[in-house]
Write a protein that binds this ligand. Structure first.
Ligand SMILES: C[N+](C)(C)CCCC[C@H](N)C(=O)O
Ligand SMILES: O=C(O)CCC(=O)C(=O)O
Ligand SMILES: [Fe+2]
Length: 421
């Protein structure tokens, strides 16, 4: 009985997935093809800018600018930019999408120069500029990356001779800030030079590009190897490459490091481009890359030291990719903080360990390691969603200050300066 009900539910679900909402079929799709627009609309336009469109029973097909696009009719109604549907001042939708008939189809479609007009059954007219459609279609978007990057190993990074930005130019000029952000977005790391070695100045730099993300470690943190917290960062031990705060549901976007003092030996910082390593895995073993992007993992931080009592858990795969273009946007890699794996059965676990090993081998290749000694006055910004950091063990007194930044707000600043982010 129970089984019967379950399979009944499953078949209902399958019906829904197939398109359980039954729409009335149009007798025949109407096909209209137009003469090359190039003649009419731009003498500089190439001959390839011809437009052809076809009204299918359940979607609209458009060929324009070498792109074949397919649009759902509800989508076309939903994205209407008319004054009653869209507030162009605030860029917000006024239309209640739930009021759109899921079986909606345009009554008429026509093209005038570069604008398509859809007249809906209730008489409402939606206008679309052809270039807007190309830019905003799935097919157009799929060919684009959300964020352009230059993946690097030590040699690539050093050869690129990425310039550091001077503190004053960073704080006081748009050009300095833009140059810094451009490099930061491309490489996932960037330096600011000649910064007075104080907590306050480090904070000022951070606030120039983002909002400081206050965490269980505080707003600005300031640490020595004093064992004040229940984490190996607060010791003199070496730390293998990792990303931070993997045990947050959303790991911190950016990490800022400023070494204010070091009287002793060792303590160099290790940087590894996690996306470069992941790219190698994708090329060598695509099915392992896929597994690393699918298996959800827990990371955990349990602390019970002095006044500090914390228990954080973050869940997500090692590699996080956008499903529509497979672009990698976040790597969550910290073998110290990885918690018990209990989200997948044993056979998947074994395949996951193999994939994790492949990635680890790439991350550990000496040619992928970029080592720097942090010095007072030189502030390092690390994209904690992409670049792994580690440190060599050290002796003596070492003071490190810094903070985390919210990633959204760094990208916000970058976009306002005209950068693609
Ligand atoms: C000291 N500081 C606040 C920078 C980081 C401490 C966090 C260390 C932790 N194991 C992690 O990787 O998230
Ligand atoms: O001490 C260092 O250089 C970095 C330690 C570390 O990994 C961290 O604070 O996140
Ligand atoms: Fe760390």
């Amino acid at each position: 009985m129970w089984y019967h009900r379950l399979s009944h539910l499953q078949s209902r679900l399958q019906d829904l997935l197939k398109g359980g909402v039954i729409c009335q079929a149009l007798p025949q799709p109407t096909f209209k093809s137009l003469l090359p627009l190039a003649v009419r609309w731009h003498h500089t336009a190439s001959k390839s800018l011809t437009c052809a469109w076809q009204q299918h029973e359940d979607h609209f097909e458009l060929k324009y600018a070498n792109t074949v696009m397919r649009f759902d009719y509800v989508w076309l109604r939903d994205h209407c930019r008319s004054a009653s549907c869209y507030n162009s001042k605030t860029h917000q939708r006024s239309l209640d999408t739930a009021s759109v008939d899921l079986c909606i189809k345009p009554k008429t479609i026509h093209l005038d120069e570069t604008t398509l007009f859809f007249t809906w059954p209730d008489g409402h007219v939606t206008k679309y500029d052809l270039n807007w459609l190309v830019k905003n279609s799935y097919e157009g978007q799929k060919q684009k990356v959300i964020q352009p990057r230059i993946l690097w190993n030590a040699e690539i990074y050093q050869q690129a001779q990425v310039p550091s930005v001077d503190c004053q130019s960073f704080l006081e000029t748009k050009e300095g800030l833009k140059k810094f952000l451009q490099n930061f977005l491309l490489y996932g790391i960037a330096f600011v030079e000649n910064v007075p070695p104080t907590r306050e100045h480090t904070e000022k730099l951070a606030e120039r590009i983002s909002l400081i993300r206050e965490t269980i470690y505080g707003r600005m943190w300031y640490f020595t190897s004093d064992f004040s917290r229940g984490d190996t960062a607060y010791t003199k031990l070496a730390l293998d490459r990792h990303t931070d705060t993997t045990y947050f549901q959303e790991p911190c976007g950016i990490q800022v490091f400023h070494c204010l003092k070091h009287e002793g030996t060792g303590g160099r910082t290790l940087l590894v481009d996690g996306f470069y390593a992941a790219q190698q895995v994708l090329q060598k073993a695509p099915e392992e890359f896929e597994l690393l992007s699918k298996v959800p993992l827990k990371h955990e931080y349990i602390e019970d030291v002095g006044e500090c009592h914390n228990h954080m858990i973050g869940i997500g795969p090692v590699l996080n990719i956008y499903p529509w273009n497979k672009e990698l946007y976040l790597i969550r890699y910290n073998n110290y903080d990885r918690a018990v794996i209990n989200t997948v059965p044993y056979d998947v676990v074994h395949r996951w360990y193999i994939a994790h090993r492949t990635l680890t081998i790439e991350l550990r290749r000496p040619e992928n390691e970029f080592w720097v000694k942090l010095k007072p006055g030189r502030v390092l910004f690390i994209d904690n969603w992409r670049v792994l950091h580690g440190r060599e063990c050290f002796t003596g007194y070492r003071q490190l200050c810094g903070c985390y930044l919210t990633r959204d707000d760094v990208l916000n600043t970058a976009r306002l300066l005209g950068l693609q982010a």
